[in-house]
Design a protein around this ligand. Structure first.
Ligand SMILES: [Zn+2]
Length: 272
């Protein structure tokens, strides 16, 4: 199983300049997994259409997050540059379906799209203002071939409930529910053969949130109160990630979507 990291979006959240300077620039880290001759994406980042017609993202997202309109960032463009046929992407697993994670789905219209059932329900039938703001109907207008996962986990992975074995994904790729940021938010665990990666999506923003002792910076705590749909559930999920690292930190490496310091570790250069 070959794992690559792609950054499929850059945002400059306006609130962060005064609220949370660590987040004044954010990446959108996705994973590209090559297994059994297939390509599997973990999260889809922004799509080509989002950057060509920024109105697709909505005025709220453009105003609050000011995503960079760089046509080279979408996953489909990056695959082409790597010499990989985007048609080989058979499956996309979404940690959740916020606009900065699902925009790229329409660039792979034939791929199966895996997400927790609760998340798909929230995206297609948003239940309140906070949900209506975060999901974009246009991202699902092509009619994704959904693969859904219910509420009862199929198995246990390092003490956490998980899904994956029965859905036709390559062995060693699992969905790990980590709700709170959104209704059906999950992590995606990938076995590299020499250890696991857990893509935690937006379950945390900065590694400092994972410290067992001590608090995350004030601005990050304030930001996540705004960003998480259910703050208390999100903190429960964060506690699970902390415990996972405490018990199995030598076997599992965690990454988050928007951590610019993680970007520097993965790509060997700062996010510009
Ligand atoms: Zn996000």
């Amino acid at each position: 199983m070959r794992v690559r990291f792609l950054n499929c979006g850059i945002m400059y959240p306006r609130l962060a300049a005064w609220l949370s300077p660590y987040q004044e620039r954010c990446c959108c880290i996705c994973m590209l997994v090559e297994a059994d001759g297939r390509l599997v994406l973990v999260d889809a980042g922004f799509g080509t259409a989002d950057l060509e017609e920024p109105g697709r993202l909505g005025s709220g997202a453009n105003l609050l997050f000011s995503p960079r309109k760089d046509p080279e960032l979408p996953a489909v463009r990056q695959l082409e540059r790597l010499g990989l046929d985007p048609g080989r992407v058979t499956d996309i697993i979404c940690t959740h379906l916020d606009h900065d994670h699902a925009g790229g789905l329409s660039d792979f219209p034939r791929a199966r799209v895996h997400a927790l059932e609760e998340e798909i329900d929230a995206a297609l039938r948003p239940g309140g203002a906070k949900e209506r703001l975060r999901y974009r109907e246009c991202h699902f207008a092509h009619g994704p071939d959904w693969v859904t996962y219910g509420t009862k986990p199929e198995g246990i992975w390092f003490g956490l409930g998980c899904f994956g074995g029965s859905s036709g994904l390559p062995r060693g790729i699992l969905l790990v529910p980590l709700p709170g940021h959104t209704r059906g938010h999950c992590g995606v665990a990938v076995d590299t053969g020499s250890g696991w990666f857990l893509h935690c999506g937006d379950a945390y923003y900065l590694k400092e949130e994972l410290r067992v002792r001590g608090k995350a910076p004030f601005g990050v705590r304030a930001f996540r109160r705004l960003a998480h749909l259910d703050h208390s559930r999100a903190m429960d999920s964060l506690a699970k990630i902390r415990e996972l690292l405490r018990e199995h930190g030598d076997e599992v490496r965690v990454i988050a979507s928007h951590d610019q310091f993680e970007y520097r570790n993965l790509f060997g250069r700062p996010l510009d």
